[in-house]
Ligand binder design. Structure first.
Ligand SMILES: NC(=O)c1ccc[n+]([C@@H]2O[C@H](COP(=O)([O-])OP(=O)(O)OC[C@H]3O[C@@H](n4cnc5c(N)ncnc54)[C@H](O)[C@@H]3O)[C@@H](O)[C@H]2O)c1
Ligand SMILES: Nc1nc(=O)c(N)c(NC[C@H](O)[C@H](O)[C@H](O)COP(=O)(O)O)[nH]1
Length: 251
């Protein structure tokens, strides 16, 4: 389905929080933003197993604009198993022709799946890839699968006693092994709550706030510790608003 035109004011609103387009970024780690849509009661879905639309058409297009600007889009396996997302980019500049294949402008999906629960085959992401409209994923696993899927790259990483990989190591590996200089992390709940607690790893937040309550059974975004924001800006749309900010880093 085609997306709405991009509200032009969103370009200048987002600009201070975007990665440098070409300049060589000197740091070891890619430029990382955390971006998601939440309800007024800080829920990102009605429940773990339900794909829930929170964004208005305007902010849905904004997400595609972000996909255009970033090298990679990262999600936990909880989200890909429930939402079956395509993760490609359907937006390109008005003054450019439609790309022959949307894969050219789409970010590389990165799926966190240490226990190998998700398969590329049979997904919307695979159908999009087969049509030339999206890139094949990098899957982060703790052990290389016995049967590797065609076109998938596996990044094997150690996990700690909670089954998690070290975020800093992960970002550094994604840049050094795959050349990913910028990553937008889209969720879901476990990933967002974990990363919000690591302000030193997050370069910016882009949060859509929808005019809805999803209820206490919903997937909640609420980090264990207090997190303070700086350089805060707001954009107000027809139905939802967007907050951009940086996170205060602990000394
Ligand atoms: N509104 C939004 O913007 C938005 C965005 C994304 C997802 N969602 C919703 O979120 C829900 C899913 O969230 P969730 O919390 O169940 O799952 P999730 O997507 O956060 O995935 C969690 C899984 O990712 C892996 N993982 C997370 N951190 C890891 C780490 N550091 N190292 C290794 N593996 C790691 C683990 O296997 C973990 O079980 C769905 O309902 C989805 O619709 C909403
Ligand atoms: N920005 C945003 N607003 C929402 O209301 C919502 N539910 C998501 N959720 C993020 C989740 O990862 C989705 O599954 C993919 O964003 C879908 O991606 P596709 O359109 O299939 O490419 N994201």
């Amino acid at each position: 389905m085609p997306i709405q035109p991009l509200k032009q004011e969103l370009v200048s609103f987002l600009d201070p929080y975007m990665p440098e387009s070409d300049g060589e970024q000197k740091q070891e780690k890619p430029y990382v933003i955390l971006t998601y849509a939440q309800s007024l009661d800080a829920r990102i879905a009605k429940s773990k197993g339900i794909r829930t639309v929170i964004s208005h058409g305007e902010t849905n297009t904004m997400t595609h604009y972000l996909r255009y600007k970033f090298d990679a889009i990262m999600l936990g396996c909880g989200t890909v198993l429930v939402d079956d997302p395509g993760l490609n980019c359907k937006w390109w500049p008005d003054d450019e022709d439609k790309p022959e294949h949307l894969a050219e402008i789409s970010p590389r999906p990165v799926i966190l799946d240490p226990n190998g629960k998700w398969k590329f085959e049979g997904t919307k992401m695979k159908a999009v890839f087969d049509a030339g409209d999206g890139k094949a994923p990098i899957v982060v696993v703790k052990k290389r699968p016995e049967v590797e899927e065609p076109n998938v790259d596996y990044l094997v990483m150690e996990t700690n006693f909670t089954g998690k990989v070290d975020w800093n190591d992960l970002f550094v590996q994604l840049k050094s092994q795959f050349g990913l200089k910028s990553i937008m992390v889209e969720g879901g709940g476990i990933v967002i709550n974990d990363l919000l607690q690591r302000p030193h790893l997050i370069d910016a937040l882009v949060i859509t706030i929808g005019a809805t309550f999803l209820g206490s059974e919903g997937v909640e975004v609420s980090p264990l510790i207090e997190i303070n924001l700086k350089d805060v800006s707001w954009w107000r749309g027809t139905q939802d608003s967007v907050l951009c900010s940086r996170l205060v880093r602990h000394s």
